[in-house]
Design a protein around this ligand. Structure first.
Ligand SMILES: C[S@@+](CC[C@H](N)C(=O)[O-])C[C@H]1O[C@@H](n2cnc3c(N)ncnc32)[C@H](O)[C@@H]1O
Length: 267
């Protein structure tokens, strides 16, 4: 039986695959490929692939191997398949699956990549255990995630900061980035390497630009009911969304978020 479970994916909505594609562009995900290396014949898993933006890049970077994207939602997978096909990528496939019980034999992959997923699950260490199970000895696991997601702002007033922390801790684990080293260690991975940089999507100095603002508007709209549940009413949620956007529109505010890349090798 699976040992982990997903939280409610509060930001899911019908067009989320398009938002995630836009977010991947804002986040310059092609630069992520410089953070780790793998051979051109590698067999790669993108766990929690969403629309498959990174799966496509991984497949192109391993032309003699292949990339497989897995997600719990068929909706993303339909889009991911169509998009890969329209780009003429042949060494790619997408399967429905849960990161806690992946539909693969032991030791299937040379590399498992997973971005922006572990914050959405309970007991993420069990997902890392499952990544290890499907990775061959000597293979790599690379998890990429934020730390400080939308909870680190300056200047802020206390009431705003309290609500921001309540809301984001209700939705996700905003500090999952710093916890990944410990998860990797307890899973028995070796040669653990950590790199981090500003998360290009969520770090904002001064007034937010139109693209990043739209990314927030879409996410907050999708998560509206969860925000209302957390703050006690729809009115409180509306006020929160307004204050959040006002904060990001100000010239004098800084929001910082780190993006961690944690890599480990299966012994
Ligand atoms: C924020 S999106 C990130 C998608 C993609 N990795 C990216 O960076 O654009 C999180 C994804 O994780 C998927 N997800 C959440 N829980 C999952 C689980 N238990 N197993 C597989 N996928 C899961 C969601 O369906 C969603 O597509």
């Amino acid at each position: 039986m699976s040992k982990g479970s997903s939280k409610h994916y509060a930001i899911g909505y019908d067009e989320e695959h398009e938002r995630l594609e836009r977010q991947a562009r804002i986040g310059k995900i092609e630069d992520h490929l410089e953070k780790f290396s793998f051979s051109t014949d590698a067999v790669i898993l993108d766990a929690g692939c969403g629309p498959g933006s990174m799966t496509r890049l991984l497949a192109k970077a391993a032309p003699d191997g292949r990339a497989v994207g897995v997600d719990v939602s068929e909706h993303y997978l339909d889009y991911a398949r169509a998009r890969a096909q329209s780009e003429g990528i042949e060494n790619i496939s997408f399967e429905k699956g849960d990161i806690f019980s992946l539909p693969f034999e032991n030791d299937t992959f040379d590399l498992v990549w997973s971005k922006y997923v572990l914050q959405w699950v309970n007991n993420p260490v069990h997902a890392v255990e499952e990544f290890r199970r499907v990775t061959r000895p000597g293979g790599q696991i690379v998890c990429c995630n934020f730390d400080g997601f939308s909870v680190t702002h300056y200047p802020v007033d206390d009431s705003f900061q309290n609500d921001v922390e309540r809301v984001f801790k209700h939705l996700v684990d905003p500090h999952v980035g710093r916890k990944m080293f410990s998860m990797f260690r307890s899973t028995g991975l070796k040669d653990i390497r950590i790199d981090f940089e500003p998360d290009a999507t969520f770090t904002v100095a001064g007034a937010i630009d139109e693209e990043r603002r739209r990314n927030w508007v879409d996410q907050l709209q999708a998560a509206f009911q969860s925000v209302a549940e957390c703050l006690g009413s729809e009115q409180a949620a509306r006020s929160f969304v307004d204050r959040f956007l006002e904060h990001h529109d100000r010239e004098d505010t800084f929001t910082t978020c780190a993006l961690y890349f944690v890599e480990g090798v299966v012994p």
